[in-house]
Ligand binder design. Structure first.
Ligand code: SF4
Ligand code: SF4
Ligand code: FES
Length: 364
């Protein structure tokens, strides 16, 4: 059957570093290279965003082009020949990274400083012997007095790649932040330089996640998070029924930060909302019930094992069913549970106790 408005995808061959590679119309040089296991460094590139060609880190040689071209934005075409490693490209990277370093806060090792966020620029700078350039004192500013509880912007670490502003626009459709001012004063700001909570910002934190230099960081996370030994545990967010996947980073048994798995890896495609990303304090709250409790004859709640608790519930429910019939029972589940947990709840209601009295709060 022919579907109207269905675009035909052409496949063809291109040459990458002399090797024939299959490519599809609409793909970029970086898309094909990554599939082929050829590493091209990137900073402003995010698979969820339209290419911006802003950072110039991914420049490659394209046959027939006088200048180096951005691999993240350059669309492939049949028989094109691309070189991703050469003396010319290496020279370009050395100059570019050295310029970023001259315009950046450096640590004792002469590398861009770490924050509580991954710093891709720092990793790239380790791959060159930097040129000795005069440090640049750019007069760009942050948002003085931004009292929002979650997000901090460090203007000295920003390379103006606009990943954060494009994410806010193209993924969140919020447009709370933008590139502001001109020339050396260019910075990331909001309308009227207002604090984030006085804008349309949803505090989703996606801008932190996409920032490649650690210029946007989570205020709650320990400042030395990158150097701390943390354990990562994949889990499902329990704030709603969407089922977003989370990576819980814990240190000494306490959650210190939550991030999303990489874009493309799970259904939430690298995104989280304000609750999933920042509202993890409850995990260690002292009021939280961490073991089953049964009320004794003294009227007080007493801790019991899970086996004892489940046996007591089964016995109680069975007694009610025998005395008053299955439809005297009702089961209520929650949209905070996973789809699998809700499935099991209706199975318990229908198959084990024989009633269709099963409800879930998201159904109202
Ligand atoms: S937290 Fe989310 S909504 Fe707010 S500025 Fe960042 S990306 Fe935009
Ligand atoms: S804050 Fe980060 S993501 Fe935003 S422009 Fe600066 S370096 Fe890029
Ligand atoms: S990653 Fe291509 S220009 Fe930034």
């Amino acid at each position: 059957m022919n579907y109207p408005n269905t675009k035909k995808i052409d496949t063809f061959t291109i040459q990458l570093n002399g090797k024939s590679c299959q490519a599809m119309s609409g793909e970029t040089v970086v898309d094909v290279a990554r599939r082929e296991g050829i590493e091209i460094p990137t900073l402003c590139h995010d698979t969820r965003l339209e290419p911006a060609g802003a950072c110039r880190v991914c420049l490659v040689e394209v046959e027939g082009q006088r200048r180096l071209q951005p691999g993240c934005a350059w669309k492939v075409h049949p028989d094109m020949k691309v070189t991703t490693e050469s003396d010319r490209i290496q020279k370009h990277r050395t100059v570019l990274y050295s310029m970023y370093m001259a315009d950046h806060e450096l640590d004792a090792d002469g590398l861009p400083v770490e924050t509580a966020n991954t710093n891709q620029l720092r990793e790239l700078c380790k791959t060159i012997e930097p040129m000795n350039l005069e440090p640049v004192e750019a007069p760009r500013v942050g948002r003085p007095g931004d009292e929002n509880p979650y997000i901090e912007f460090k203007p000295d670490l920003c390379i103006l790649c606009a990943r954060c502003t494009r994410y806010c626009d193209e993924v969140e459709a919020v447009n709370a932040i933008t590139l502001a001012f001109r020339g050396s004063e260019t910075t990331i700001s909001t309308a009227g330089e207002r604090g984030l909570i006085d804008t349309s910002c949803e505090l989703c934190g996606g801008c932190i996640d996409t920032c490649p230099t650690g210029a946007l960081v989570e205020k709650k996370a320990p400042k030395n998070l990158v150097s701390l030994e943390t354990k990562t545990t994949r889990s499902t967010c329990n704030f709603c029924g969407v089922g977003c996947q989370l990576d819980l980073h814990s240190h000494n048994g306490r959650v210190v930060k939550i991030t999303s798995p990489e874009p493309g890896e799970t259904l939430n495609d690298g995104n989280l909302c304000v609750k999933g990303r920042f509202a993890y304090d409850f995990v260690h709250h002292e009021d939280r019930i961490t073991e089953p409790l049964i009320r004794g004859e003294d009227g007080e709640l007493h801790p019991v094992s899970w086996d004892e608790a489940i046996a007591a519930v089964a016995e109680g429910l069975t007694k009610v069913k025998e005395r008053h019939g299955a439809d005297s029972l009702g089961f209520i589940s929650s949209s905070r549970c996973t789809g699998e947990e809700n499935y099991l709840m209706q199975k318990l209601s229908r198959a084990a106790f024989g009633t269709n009295n099963i409800h879930q709060c998201a159904a109202t």
